[in-house]
Design a protein around this ligand. Sequence first.
Ligand SMILES: CC(C)(COP(=O)(O)OP(=O)(O)OC[C@H]1O[C@@H](n2cnc3c(N)ncnc32)[C@H](O)[C@@H]1OP(=O)(O)O)[C@@H](O)C(=O)NCCC(=O)NCCS
Length: 154
Amino acid sequence: MTSPDAGYAVRLAGADDIAAVAGARARWREHEADDAFVGEFERWWLETEDRRRTWIALGSQRIIGMVSMTVFTRMPSPGEPGKQWAYVGQVWVDPAYRRMGIARTMMTEAIAWARHALMERIVLNPSEMSRPLYAGLGFRSAADLLRLDLDGAS
Ligand SMILES: CC(C)(COP(=O)(O)OP(=O)(O)OC[C@H]1O[C@@H](n2cnc3c(N)ncnc32)[C@H](O)[C@@H]1OP(=O)(O)O)[C@@H](O)C(=O)NCCC(=O)NCCS
């Protein structure tokens, strides 16, 4: 999807984009993308790429936004094929480009892809500032999910 008026384009990221997406991830975390990080990022990319899609928003010079979607397939039952659902994460837009509809455009692409693949559900863990974005896209709070934090954080 291209929005020439707004000066950006949204598309799926591929293997040629790994270094650029690593750079965007480092900017998100306000760090440099040194060789060690790009190497670690590339290993993550290759390890997850068969079950993950990452959409990127491209400005005139570099990546200005991203959305990742990881797909899970349920165990099938007799007469019922394993349905798929997806977890969305790594939703980010460069601060200089916020409130221009870029996250909504990327999420709309990701949701359309999941619908096209006949997935039954998309789940995500919103940051406080992103709640209005997701509400506007039709997401609702779920009372039927539980979490257990294993990293010592409560
Ligand atoms: C949250 C985030 C991805 C939104 O990106 P964005 O491109 O600015 O969002 P959009 O412009 O597409 O916003 C679409 C709608 O979402 C809502 N929205 C987005 N950001 C909002 C904010 N900070 N406060 C209130 N509503 C907001 C608005 O309704 C907005 O529509 P409007 O501008 O016409 O009112 C971006 O602020 C960001 O990267 N934040 C830091 C990382 C983060 O929190 N990611 C989410 C992880 S789950």
